[in-house]
Design a protein around this ligand. Structure first.
Ligand code: FEO
Length: 427
C-alpha cells in the first residue's frame, strides 16, 4: 500500500480545502458490531476563505496529535473562525474540546438537535457564547465563500447534518455516504475497490433510517455535486453522483405492489405442532382478506426459518407490515434461530409494524411471552394476544391460531373491531 500521505501534512481536496484527518488501518471492529476488514479513516477538513478558516469535523481522541499536526500544516489557530461538527459521535468529536481551546475566537456550528447533546462531550459553560445551532439554509461566511447547512437527521444519530461549500461543489456529508475503508491514497479514483464496504456500511448504519436517507437525498440530489467528502472512507471526487444513486437504490422500497399490506409468518418446528399452528395463523389471515372482498389488499407469506439464514428474511421484514413468529419452547426459551432472526431486526426500521407470537410447548411455554416482549421492545405494536398450545394443539387451539391470524390481518386492513375490555374479568 503506497504511503500517499505523510502524518504531518494536509492533502488538497479542492482549491483552499485540505483533508486533515487520520488513518486507522488496524481497526477491525467499529462500535463493536461492525467488521472493518480494511480499518477506517476519520476524515476532517480545513476550508480557507478570504476572511477565515473553517474546520469541518475532528477525529477520534487518540488520533488528535495527527489531526492537529495536519491542521497546523495548513492554517494557524488564530485564522480559524469557524468549527463545524456534522455529527457528535466520539470518532468525530474526540479532538473538539481541545480545538475550541486552541482557537478561542472560533464559533462552533452544530445542528439544532446536536446543541443540547453537546453537554455529553464537554462542560458547555467552558465554551459559553461560542456555539450556534443551524438548520437547512443557514450559512456562515468565510469571506469570499460560504458554508451552507443541510439538516439531515438520523444518519445515523439525531444530530447529523451535511455542510455544503457551493464555491467548490463540495459536500461534507458526515457518516452519510461514507464507509469504513482505510486507504492512504484517499480518493475514490485512487484507492482499491471499496464497493463491498460502501454497501456494508449502508446496510449496518444507514439502513434502519432509510426514510431519513431518502429525505436527505431529496436535499442533496439537486446540488451541482463535484465532490463528496464523507467522514469515513474515500473522498468521492470521481462521479460522486454514482454514490448518491447507489444510496437511492438501496433505500427505496423493493416491492412492486406497494398497495398490498404484507403479513409474514415465520416459524420453526421440532415435531410439526408449531408448523401446523403457523399454517392455521396464515389461513386465518387469508380468511380476513377474503371477507373484505378486497383481492390483492393483503399478501400473506409463510416461512420455515430452519431453511434459511436470517439475512434474506431481514430484507422481507423491512418491507412487511406484520411479523408473526412461531417458536416452540425448549429449556424455558424460544429457540436460537428465532432469536437470531429477532436480533437481526435492529438492522431495519420495524417501529410501528404489527407483531405477534405463537408456539407449542412441553411444560412451561415461555417462548411466546418472551417473543412478544422482544417485539414490544423493538417498538412493534402487539395488539393481538399470542397463542400457546401444549404438545399437540387441540381443535380449540388451532381455532385460536386462526383467530390470531385473522385479527392481525384485520388490524392491518383497518377493520379490527374495537376491543371491549371486561374490567371484571381482569380482577
Ligand atoms: Fe462516524 Fe456515527 O460516527
Amino acid at each position: 500500500m503506497p504511503a500517499a500521505v505523510r502524518p504531518d501534512e494536509g492533502v488538497v481536496v479542492a482549491p483552499g480545502v485540505h483533508w486533515i484527518g487520520a488513518l486507522d488501518p488496524g481497526l477491525r471492529s467499529f462500535d463493536i458490531i461492525l467488521r472493518t476488514a480494511n480499518g477506517t479513516s476519520y476524515n476532517a477538513y480545513a476550508v480557507r476563505g478570504s476572511a477565515g478558516v473553517a474546520v469541518i469535523d475532528t477525529v477520534k481522541e487518540n488520533f488528535s496529535a495527527t489531526f492537529f499536526a495536519r491542521l497546523e500544516a495548513v492554517a494557524d489557530y488564530a485564522e480559524i473562525t469557524t468549527i463545524v461538527l456534522n455529527h457528535l459521535e466520539p470518532d468525530h468529536s474526540g479532538a473538539l474540546p481541545e480545538l475550541l481551546r486552541r482557537a478561542p475566537q472560533a464559533r462552533l456550528y452544530v445542528s439544532h438537535q446536536a446543541r443540547p447533546m453537546l453537554k455529553g462531550l464537554f462542560n458547555p459553560a467552558e465554551f459559553a457564547g461560542r456555539i450556534t445551532a443551524v438548520g437547512t439554509g443557514d450559512t456562515v461566511s468565510l469571506g469570499d465563500r460560504e458554508l451552507e447547512f443541510f439538516n439531515t437527521p438520523y444518519l445515523h444519530w439525531p444530530d447529523t447534518q451535511c455542510t455544503w461549500l457551493a464555491a467548490e461543489g463540495l459536500l461534507f456529508s458526515g457518516d452519510f455516504l461514507g464507509c469504513h475503508y482505510c486507504d492512504a491514497r484517499l480518493f475514490n479514483d485512487a484507492v482499491g475497490d471499496f464497493r463491498f464496504s460502501f454497501d456494508y456500511y449502508y446496510g449496518h448504519i444507514m439502513r434502519p433510517f432509510r426514510a431519513h436517507v431518502r429525505q436527505a437525498l431529496d436535499l442533496i440530489e439537486p446540488l451541482p455535486l463535484l465532490t463528496i467528502a464523507p467522514a469515513h472512507g474515500p473522498i468521492l471526487r470521481d462521479d460522486p453522483r454514482d454514490y448518491v444513486r447507489r444510496y437511492r437504490a438501496l433505500s427505496k422500497s423493493g416491492l412492486h405492489n406497494t398497495t398490498a399490506k404484507t403479513l409474514l409468518v415465520f416459524y420453526i418446528s421440532a415435531y410439526g405442532a408449531t408448523r401446523r399452528m403457523a399454517e392455521a395463523v396464515a389461513a386465518g389471515a387469508e380468511s380476513a382478506a377474503a371477507e373484505g372482498g378486497g383481492a390483492g389488499e393483503l399478501r400473506v407469506s409463510l416461512y420455515d426459518i430452519e431453511g434459511s439464514e436470517p439475512q434474506p428474511f431481514v430484507d422481507l421484514i423491512e418491507e412487511a407490515d406484520a411479523l408473526i413468529f412461531g417458536s416452540p419452547t425448549i429449556n424455558g426459551d424460544a429457540v436460537k434461530p428465532v432469536w437470531d432472526l429477532l436480533s437481526s431486526l435492529t438492522m431495519v426500521d420495524v417501529k410501528g409494524k404489527l407483531g405477534a407470537a405463537f408456539g407449542s410447548y412441553g411444560w412451561s411455554g415461555e417462548a411466546v411471552p418472551m417473543i412478544e416482549d422482544r417485539l414490544r421492545r423493538l417498538k412493534l405494536r402487539v395488539p393481538v394476544p399470542g397463542v400457546k398450545a401444549r404438545l399437540a394443539p387441540t381443535d380449540d387451539e388451532f381455532a385460536a391460531c386462526r383467530r390470531l391470524g385473522r385479527e392481525a390481518a384485520l388490524h392491518l386492513l383497518g377493520r379490527a373491531e374495537a376491543r371491549v375490555i371486561d374490567m371484571a374479568a381482569l380482577a
